[in-house]
Each structure stands twice: as structure tokens, then as C-alpha cells.
Design a protein around this ligand. Structure first.
Ligand code: ADP
Ligand code: MG
Length: 392
């Protein structure tokens, strides 16, 4: 974070909470982008996310009394309550995310021992699939556990953050986002097995190629209902495939051959397409890791493109805006791969673009996108950053 912003945030903190005679600590958790392996996390397979260089910063200072006070540089609402009396129900405001984390930590046997003032500052566009929610959850858990002197176990933090989002906020998300935000490492992608949480940091050395994230700025209208529909379609596929694999609990447990042999057990053609996506996408993740290790970016780019087509045609979670952005991206020379990333129906694309073409990419894809959709895109040229950390 640059010095100017840091000073500004300290000033805002004092404006909100007074200076007091106390240290103010600073923590940061990134956003994340999923490089490949989409709609796989709840199917117990492999995903390949990476932490971004921008995220959520938290300024936090202990108080003399028992009050917890929450504010954000991005939202006007504030919340205050006693640490011993955390709100039992959500308020449908942004404060649900950090409050949910505190409730979850308390339930896990880590209640707070004193009051705190918290000021969040986010650089991640909200609701665009770059996981600003996981970022604010993880930075909260990481900071509170650190300041309370408890063990800071990143795997455990990601599980608690996910629980806060599932049980308190009421969003049925998988584990990938919180895990990537907590465990990311600069210049590494994270190969994560979502069923067991085993993971491997894979060097992500892209040389003179850079990740360019394109935000469609399309409101993700359908995403919740369609997300739940896809989850239940995958459950149906598992249930029907059990005739051949009695032990099967998640689609990620099957390989392409096993699926090809028994796909006929799935009655609905739609459900069969969903399952085919999951099984092939899961294999694409492992192939991607292999290609990245061989430094074969062209092959990795091909897998990104296949992933997009599968999300568009088999899983059917893309939309006109995402498809236009990907198609226009692939017209620019020096683009090895491009795909939608995140849950779909809007949100972002991720492309791997040769450095000397980035300016042209942003200009030409942006213009063509606006012409086709009437929407203005935003682009973020981004390196891979670290997971949650204490800055001050
Ligand atoms: P995504 O995780 O894709 O960005 P979500 O809808 O899951 O989208 O989460 C976005 C929500 O998270 C915001 O509407 C807000 O409630 C909360 N949030 C994220 N970042 C901040 C922030 N810096 N300050 C306050 N709330 C935030
Ligand atoms: Mg989210």
C-alpha cells in the first residue's frame, strides 16, 4: 500500500475513533482470481486460484472499554456492540461479514477479551467475483487472532471465514475463496484439493506475460438462484452415478474414463452436461499445473480457452457480456488465454497478455466491449500477491 493512502487511512481512523494513546495495527488480505477450475470447489475437485496484489486493509486498535466498533471507507453504515454480546442475527449490511467472523471465532472457543475499533478499506470491486467478501472475512479473523495472542493457522482461518459466510451471512459458498485469500503467496498459484484441503504452491512465473482482469460491470442478477441450481444438478449426477460407484460422494472423485463409461446413468441431458464440465475442468486444472511447471504458457492458455467454452456450453454459467469480452480478448495478438472467472453471469474475465500488448488490449477490448454491450469495462493489470499478513 502506498504511503499516501496509509496516512489518509490513519487520519480517517483518528477522525472516527479519536487518537487515544494506543498502537493502531494494520493488516491486509488480498482478493483472489481463479486461474482455472471453475465451479469445482463444491464438487470436491482441484482449483487453481491466486491471491491478487490488491485487497482489503484493516486498521485496528484496542479499546479500554468493551465496545466493538466497525466502519468502512467504502460504506456509510457503522455498527457498535459489546464484545460479550455479539449480534446474534445478521443486519443485511456489510458489517455482517466481520461480525459473522467474530461470532464464528467465539463459537470455536476464541471469544474476544476486549473491545476494538476497526476501520476497513477495500480496493476490490464488490460483487465482481474477485472475492471482496472472503478478503474482509479473512483479514478480520487474521487480525483478531493475532492481537488476541491465539494461534494463526491459515487453513483454520479459511474454514472459519467460510463458516461465517455460510452460517451468519447466509451465502452458500465453497472454501476456495477464503483459502486462497488466507494462503496465497507472491508469484505462486495455489493448487487446492477442495475436498481434503491439501494444497501445493505452484510457481506462477509468466515472464513478460501479465494477468489482466476484465470487469464486465454487469450486475450479477441470476447468480444466486443459478448457483444453487448448479449445485443441486451436481448432486443429482452423483446420486445417479452411484449405481456404478456406490461410494461416490462428489463428482471430483471421478476421472474422464470412469465418467465416459457410465454417463448414461444420468437421465437428464442437461445434468450430464453439467457433470461432464466438472470432470473435464477438474482434469484441466491438473494439466494446467503440469504446463505451468514446464513453463509452457501457450498450453496453459489453451486450457484457459477450453475452460471458458465448457463453462459457456456445458455448465451454462457464462453470459453475453463475458463471452464478448473473451472473444475480443482472443483477437488481440499476444493473448495466450482468456476465460470467465468466478461464478459467472457477469463479474470478471481473466486473460494472460503479453506486456507489450496490454495497452492495446485495454483500449481495443474496452471499445469493442462497450460497442457490443453498452457497458463500460474496467481492467486491472495485476501481479500475484501474498495471502493475509500483518503490515504494521
Ligand atoms: P464478492 O465477494 O464477489 O466481491 P460478495 O457479494 O460476496 O461479492 O461480497 C461483497 C460484499 O462484501 C459487499 O457488498 C460488502 O457487504 C462486503 N465488503 C467487501 N469489501 C468491503 C469493504 N471494504 N468494506 C465493507 N464491506 C465490504
Ligand atoms: Mg464473495
Amino acid at each position: 500500500m502506498n504511503q499516501q493512502l496509509k496516512e489518509k487511512l490513519h487520519r480517517t481512523f483518528i477522525e472516527y475513533y479519536g487518537s487515544g494513546d494506543r498502537p493502531v495495527n494494520v493488516f491486509h488480505a488480498p482478493g483472489r482470481v481463479n486461474l482455472i477450475g471453475e465451479h469445482i470447489d463444491y464438487n470436491g475437485g482441484y482449483v487453481l486460484p491466486a491471491a491478487l496484489e490488491f485487497g482489503t486493509t484493516l486498521l485496528i486498535g484496542a479499546r479500554d472499554d468493551d465496545r466493538i466498533s466497525l466502519s468502512s471507507a467504502q460504506f456509510p453504515e457503522r455498527a457498535e456492540f459489546a464484545y460479550g454480546q455479539l449480534p446474534g442475527a445478521k443486519s443485511d449490511q456489510w458489517t455482517d461479514y466481520p461480525t459473522g467472523v467474530m461470532v464464528t471465532l467465539q463459537q470455536a472457543g476464541y471469544p474476544l477479551s476486549r473491545g476494538y475499533d476497526l476501520l476497513f478499506h477495500g480496493e476490490i470491486p464488490n460483487g465482481s467475483g474477485l472475492s471482496s467478501s472472503a478478503s474482509i472475512e479473512v483479514v478480520t479473523a487474521f487480525a483478531l487472532l493475532t492481537l488476541e495472542g491465539h494461534p494463526v493457522d491459515r487453513k483454520q482461518i479459511s474454514l472459519w471465514a467460510q463458516k461465517a459466510e455460510n452460517a451468519y451471512v447466509g451465502v452458500n459458498c465453497g472454501i476456495m475463496d477464503q483459502f486462497a485469500v488466507a494462503n496465497g503467496k507472491k508469484d505462486h498459484a495455489i493448487l487446492l484439493m477442495c475436498d481434503t484441503l491439501e494444497f501445493e504452491l505452484v510457481p506462477f512465473q509468466t515472464g513478460n506475460y501479465k494477468l489482466v482482469i476484465g470487469n464486465t460491470n454487469k450486475r450479477r442478477g441470476l447468480v444466486d438462484s443459478k448457483y444453487n441450481e448448479r449445485r443441486s444438478e451436481c448432486e443429482t449426477a452423483v446420486n445417479e452415478l452411484k449405481a456404478a460407484f456406490p461410494e461416490l460422494t462428489l463428482l471430483g472423485q471421478l476421472n474422464r474414463d470412469q465418467f465416459a463409461q457410465h454417463a448414461g446413468l444420468i437421465a437428464s441431458e442437461t445434468v450430464r452436461k453439467r457433470a461432464k464440465h466438472v470432470i473435464e475442468e477438474n482434469e484441466r486444472v491438473l494439466q494446467s499445473v503440469q504446463k505451468l511447471k514446464e513453463n509452457d504458457l501457450a498450453a496453459f492458455g489453451r486450457l484457459m480457452r477450453e475452460s471458458h467454452l465448457s463453462l459457456r456450453d456445458l455448465y451454462e454459467v457464462s453470459c453475453f457480456e463475458l463471452d464478448v469480452m473473451v472473444e475480443e480478448a482472443l483477437k488481440i495478438p499476444g493473448v495466450v488465454g482468456s476465460r470467465m472467472t468466478g461464478a459467472g453471469f457477469g463479474g470478471c474475465t481473466v486473460s494472460l497478455v503479453r506486456e507489450d500488448q496490454i495497452e492495446r488490449f485495454v483500449r481495443e477490448v474496452g471499445e469493442a466491449y462497450e460497442k457490443a454491450t453498452g457497458l463500460e469495462a474496467a481492467f486491472y493489470v495485476c501481479g500475484v500477491g501474498n495471502g493475509a499478513e500483518q503490515i504494521e
